[in-house]
Design a protein around this ligand. Structure first.
Ligand code: DQQ
Length: 475
């Protein structure tokens, strides 16, 4: 099956001040989850949930792009489109890619919509080797939901142990909480349901907000540690990505801790990771918009990927996310400062497409604040604030945009002790911040062309070093 892109050319959006320039997003229209991440013959393939016809969610296809280096992408034809009358007639929802004996293979959720009822089933498609033309298996769906009263049944994570494939599907157990169901197969085509690999206890313990349904599960093994990454539909925070630490034994996962992956919460969702040829675990997350659907439709595009993030395990056994080193190739026009007392630095008109790296010693009980995308009169600004108690840092967005329809809630992350290592990526409406091992992804939409100033404010702090680079467009 082939499809050509019907979207307008990327040039169409050249004058859009909010469109990211060094993060991946489709040529136009709606994108959500990263899917099918795989490195094949050296090339990185990124598939994504895509509505080719509008800048809001619906009629989900798989978009496709390829990259030699994780940062520069070439658009490829749509990989999967719904087949009328087929098990994916209502959409080709999220899934993954595996190498099955040399055959590129996608496993995804096909949905059938009938009288308001959605029936999701696992489907399979293969390619002949260049990963552009995909053939759906005529025996789709591979199987149906193995239990009654499941709360959802979708999204896939596969791994192989010796000659056996294991397969997780996101779901929920009615009255219990989110769960992932485990299946096994000798060949990807014949599957046997085993049991819930792991289940939350949302109903027994309402404070543990892992939600009633677990989306986009992924089982990760890194440096002999095991993690279950889950995107949860919870009651408190509607969308929230967390991971479980725990023990993997006899093909079951016994969790012993719940941790947040990115403190931007609902702005970092449905991440997917791949093991690349260098043995690195690389993750992309979907960053949704922070504006109304009407604003998305007016813009003609919605949704962007995070930078590729290297996933490692810290000494505390928890996950660490940091930008992949390849992102450094986008740096240009640098500024370097070192060894200065930081009371007020700036204002500097640095623009809104840059990377900032700063190492700072906070002395005494000094307050420290970094203002980004600041207008000369202070009307618009986004503040990164470090609490005087040194236990948290926040992104304050109440003045990020004078447009009252923009989301503006503050977001906070815990602050790990020690000198501050601050790494900030501003890409128009997208902000990714990494501080001492935690990260926070969010959206801002300054309206004024002069909201491009950077300024530090500190009562008493020592700037050991600061580097700032303008970032090149990846297109
Ligand atoms: N998005 C997909 C689902 C997944 C959800 C549909 C997560 O498969 O559960 O577009 O954002």
């Amino acid at each position: 099956m082939t499809n050509t892109l019907t979207s307008p050319d990327r040039q169409h959006f050249a004058a859009d001040p909010h469109r990211p320039q060094y993060h991946f997003l489709p040529p136009a229209n709606w994108m959500n989850d990263p899917n099918g991440l795989i490195q094949w013959n050296g090339q990185y393939h990124l598939f994504y949930q895509y509505n080719p016809a509008a800048a809001h969610w619906g009629d989900i296809h798989w978009g496709h792009a390829v990259s030699p280096d994780l940062v520069h992408w070439t658009d490829l034809p749509i990989a999967l489109a719904p087949t009328p009358g087929g098990p994916d007639s209502g959409g080709c929802w999220s899934g993954c890619a595996v190498n099955y004996n040399g055959i590129p293979t996608l496993i995804y959720t096909g949905v059938q919509a009938d009288a308001g009822q959605i029936t999701p089933t696992p489907c399979l498609a293969t390619s002949d080797g260049d990963l552009t033309v995909w053939r759906k298996y005529e025996g789709n769906p591979l199987f149906t939901a193995p239990l009654d009263n499941l709360v959802g049944f979708r999204d896939h994570s596969l791994w192989r142990e010796k000659d056996v494939w294991y397969h997780l599907i996101g779901s929920g157990l009615d009255g219990v909480g989110g769960t992932v169901l485990l299946f096994r197969s000798p060949d990807l085509y014949h599957w046997e349901y085993l049991y819930p690999f792991c289940a939350g206890d949302t109903y027994a313990s309402p404070t543990l907000s892992t939600g009633a349904m677990w989306e986009c599960p992924q089982f990760l093994s890194i440096a002999r540690h095991h993690f279950l990454v889950i995107s949860g539909m919870t009651r408190d925070a509607p969308l929230y990505t967390f991971y479980l630490t725990g023990t993997y034994r006899d093909h079951r996962f016994y969790p012993n801790g719940v941790h947040q992956l990115d403190w931007g919460s609902e702005y970092f969702y449905a991440p997917q990771a791949m093991l690349d040829d260098q043995g690195r675990t690389i993750m992309f997350g979907w960053v949704r918009e922070g504006r109304t659907v009407a604003a998305q439709d007016a813009a003609g595009w919605a949704g962007v990927m995070t930078l590729p993030r290297l996933v490692t395990v810290g000494e505390d056994g928890l996950l660490r996310l940091e930008p992949a080193p390849e992102v450094q190739t986008l740096r240009s026009d640098s500024i370097h400062l070192s060894n200065i007392e930081l009371t007020a630095l700036g204002p500097d008109p640095v623009g809104n497409c840059f990377e900032l790296l700063a190492d700072i010693d906070l002395l005494d009980s000094a307050d420290l604040e970094l203002d980004l995308c600041l207008s000369p009169d202070g009307q618009e600004r986004t503040r990164i604030v470090f609490s005087p108690t040194r236990t948290a840092w926040s992104v304050i967005r109440d003045q990020s945009s004078v447009d009252p329809t923009i989301e503006h809630a503050a977001q906070s992350a815990p602050l790990q002790p020690g000198p501050l290592h601050l790494h900030v990526f501003v890409d128009h409406s997208l902000l990714e911040v990494f501080v001492n091992g935690t990260c926070l992804t969010t959206r801002i939409y300054p309206t004024r062309p002069d909201s491009h100033i950077l300024q530090f404010n500190a009562a008493h702090a020592h700037l050991k070093s600061l580097d700032l680079w303008k970032m090149r467009s990846i297109w």
